[in-house]
Write a protein that binds this ligand. Structure first.
Ligand SMILES: Cn1c(SCC(=O)Nc2ccccc2)nc2c(=O)[nH]c(N)nc21
Length: 277
């Protein structure tokens, strides 16, 4: 696996696991509802996560939870672009979490270093937009779309299906001329997978790691953890740390989390063990 991820003008050293902090710029995330307040709160949240040790902040304007309402291009632009612009020069990798090529284009122009696309750049025009840039690209597996994915859990072997999907997306990007040191892959925990399938993807994550690209995983607060522990969304930190450390043990390189400070401590312990003789 290439140990340095090209994120526009930032090279991210992946010789040890990195943390992607989650920033939701969705009014439902902040009680006040007003967009200006939402943007300001999101910028403040990003700085909090950076201070807590995030190596990447992932700025998302459209919730992709099962059955979530889709957001117009203009609304998503109005939410995420001001936040990305405000983070210019913040010192960490700024990622835009979007499926829309128009949002990718504007985000890259506003200074984003990475595109995190839960649909793996399948939207018309997405490939062309990112091919003109040097941003890092996270390709995640999701069957169908957020509205249909939960009905699409009939896999013969979920690990084979996900691995084959990621292989095909990588091949397409390389054929488009995109440099391999920009590509990150992600099995998409919770996207069109039942509990058993999520656990199989975690247990056999090494088979995705052997594709020889950096692997990003995101299980933070997700329902798979709730199903196992019975905990509510606010109470899933311990379960999330356990799951993410198992993924790191299997070779995951980037962990997408809400609770950056806790994850930082867990990965600091991990790194110390790795660095000792
Ligand atoms: C944007 N995005 C998401 S959003 C879903 C989520 O956090 N749901 C959720 C959050 C909190 C509680 C319950 C569910 N998950 C991933 C992921 O696993 N990988 C990559 N690359 N991007 C991702």
């Amino acid at each position: 696996m290439n140990m340095r991820l090209q994120c526009a003008d930032i090279q991210l050293d992946l010789s040890y696991p990195r943390i992607m902090g989650i920033v939701n710029v969705t009014p439902d995330s902040f009680s006040d509802g007003g967009r200006h307040a939402t943007v300001d709160a999101a910028v403040a949240q990003a700085h909090e996560l950076i201070d807590a040790g995030a190596d990447i902040v992932d700025i998302g304007g459209e919730s992709t939870r099962p059955g979530a309402e889709s957001v117009s291009v203009d609304e998503e632009l109005a939410r995420v672009i001001p936040v990305i612009a405000a983070l210019r020069g913040c010192g960490v990798v700024v990622s835009v979490d979007t499926r829309k090529p128009e949002v990718m284009c504007a985000a890259i122009a506003a200074g984003a270093h990475m595109v995190n696309d839960v649909e793996a750049l399948q939207a018309d025009g997405a490939l062309e937009v990112v091919a003109q840039s040097n941003v890092a690209l996270c390709l995640m597996h999701m069957p169908g779309n957020p509205k249909t994915m939960q009905a699409l859990t009939d896999y013969d072997d979920v690990v084979v299906t996900v691995t084959d999907f990621l292989k095909s997306r990588i091949a397409l990007l390389l054929a488009t001329g995109i440099a391999s040191d920009r590509v990150v892959i992600d099995p998409g925990f919770g996207f069109g997978k039942n509990l058993t399938q999520n656990l199989q993807l975690l247990k056999h994550l090494d088979r995705i790691v052997t594709l020889n690209y950096p692997v990003l995983v995101g299980m933070s607060r997700k329902s798979m953890l709730g199903l196992i522990t019975g905990r509510s969304i606010e109470e899933r930190l311990a379960a999330g740390l356990a799951a993410h450390l198992y993924a790191v043990k299997q070779g995951a390189n980037i962990i997408r989390v809400h609770d950056v400070a806790a994850c930082r401590d867990a990965l600091t312990v991990w790194k110390m063990i790795g660095d000792v003789a």
